[in-house]
Design a protein around this ligand. Structure first.
Ligand code: PLP
Length: 412
């Protein structure tokens, strides 16, 4: 039964034993290297750039590498302005201030998201109003948004789940008609497109994440993208502790002072240097992720045909970035059983999200609009497979084989 890792890789590349019609694979776990859920990918130039940042002698925020990163983001993501932050959470907190969210105001968002989407607005005293997601993309269901609007509504925050774009055309016209601020939680969406335009270029504001679990990383990190020109100057002030320091540094004012609310949202230029090395290589990072994603998608097609699991659905308007590969299984028991089976075979898989409307803080601070039936169904049935840029196709084939094995044993 024992196979050395190298034998397994050769088999994986040939793919012959991986077809769904092949005999059952050994059910005993075999000794081979573990496949982590996420492995931060390093391009190789991070240290060199960090050293350059140190030698520049300017270690605080908005140094040379911060500027380079911001220019890159403006160019590649077609936004008006980009400001690095120390996280996507921080960028969302800035967005909440910029959208002038006041205590008691309401902000429409999915419940199927990470806590920061809601927390940033709760910090300003606002009420997150949870709306269900579409069953295909698992993104905010634009058809349910208007019913959630009240005279306290201030903003809509669509989340581009798995880097697959929300229906931004519809959301944009709803936001315009009701004069609401449209804030994209594009934490997972870097370099994805909707109708040929990058995610992050559609809303008044958008927030990116460079957390180590995302596609492009700096350990912790993020950016606020600003498309509404009227918000650019205030964004700089909020990010610089409520001072007009940015204008002072550009020579636009002769002294800098406290002019507005704010906080410290800038990352050090050392981290920006790390990030720049990643941004430079971002297309190749995406290609590597997409290769793994496509390997899963092809290798697991039969499960969808047999009705055992549903694969991700990418609408024709969307170009995605290979951020997440998930399966939706039929029953909650199957979710845990599949994760356990993968774990027994050295493969780390996960699930998410605990819907915010059912969480203790979500119940305390938020409210739901209408039924959240899709959200409730998917969070109990979703399994995320390992996906990182450095992952080999042999590893991806091995994951496919173990998933196939799980469903074959079950259907016997
Ligand atoms: C990761 C993530 C965040 C938070 O990002 P940080 O950079 O860790 O603050 C927010 N929203 C969504 C949808 C995310 O996936």
């Amino acid at each position: 039964m024992f196979q050395s890792p190298s034998q397994q890789i050769v088999e994986g590349v040939a793919g012959s034993s991986l077809l769904p019609t092949s005999p059952l694979l050994p059910t005993q776990p075999v000794a081979q290297s573990k496949i982590p859920f996420n492995q931060p990918y390093i391009t190789g130039r991070e240290l060199e750039y960090m050293q350059a940042a140190i030698e520049n002698g300017k270690l605080c925020g908005d140094g040379m590498f911060s500027k380079r990163c911001q220019e890159w983001l403006v160019q590649q993501l077609q936004c008006r302005s980009a400001l690095l932050t120390h996280s996507c959470t921080a960028a969302l907190e800035m967005a909440a201030i910029l959208a002038d969210v006041q205590p008691g105001d309401e902000v429409i968002m999915p419940s199927f998201t990470f806590v920061s989407t809601a927390n940033a607005f709760v910090l300003r005293g606002a009420v997150p109003v949870f709306v269900d997601v579409r069953s295909d993309t698992l993104n905010l269901d634009e058809r349910l948004v208007e019913a959630a609007i009240t005279d306290r509504t201030k903003a809509i925050v669509p989340v581009h789940y798995a880097g697959v774009g929300c229906d931004m055309d519809t959301l944009r016209s709803i936001a315009d008609e009701h004069q609401l601020c449209l804030i994209e939680d594009a934490a997972q969406g870097i370099l994805s497109e909707y109708k040929g335009k990058p995610l992050g270029s559609w809303g008044h504001l958008a927030a990116l994440s460079f957390h180590e679990t995302k596609n492009i990383i700096s350990g912790e990190g993020g950016a606020l993208l600003i498309n509404d020109p009227a918000m650019i100057e205030r964004a700089e002030i909020i990010r610089e502790k409520g001072t007009n320091r940015s204008q002072f540094l550009r020579g636009e004012v002769d002294k800098y002072t406290w002019v507005d609310v704010g906080s410290s949202f800038l990352p050090s230029d050392i981290l920006a240097a790390f990030l720049f090395a990643q941004l430079e290589q971002s297309r190749s990072i995406l290609d590597q992720r997409l290769a793994v994603w496509n390997c899963y998608h092809t290798g697991l097609e039969n499960l969808e045909l047999s009705g055992q699991a549903r694969r991700p659905i990418i609408p024709s308007d969307c170009k995605h970035n290979g951020h997440i590969y998930h399966l939706l299984v039929q029953h909650p028991e199957t979710q845990m059983a599949l994760i356990e089976h993968l774990k027994a075979n050295g493969i780390q898989a996960t699930f998410h999200y605990v819907p915010l409307h059912s969480s203790p803080a979500g119940q305390k601070y938020g409210r739901s609009s209408g039924s959240l039936a899709v959200t409730e169904q998917i969070s109990d049935r979703l399994v995320r497979l390992p996906l990182s840029a450095g992952m080999t196709l042999a590893d991806a084939e091995r994951v496919v084989a173990i998933v196939q094995q799980f469903f074959q044993v079950r259907s016997v």
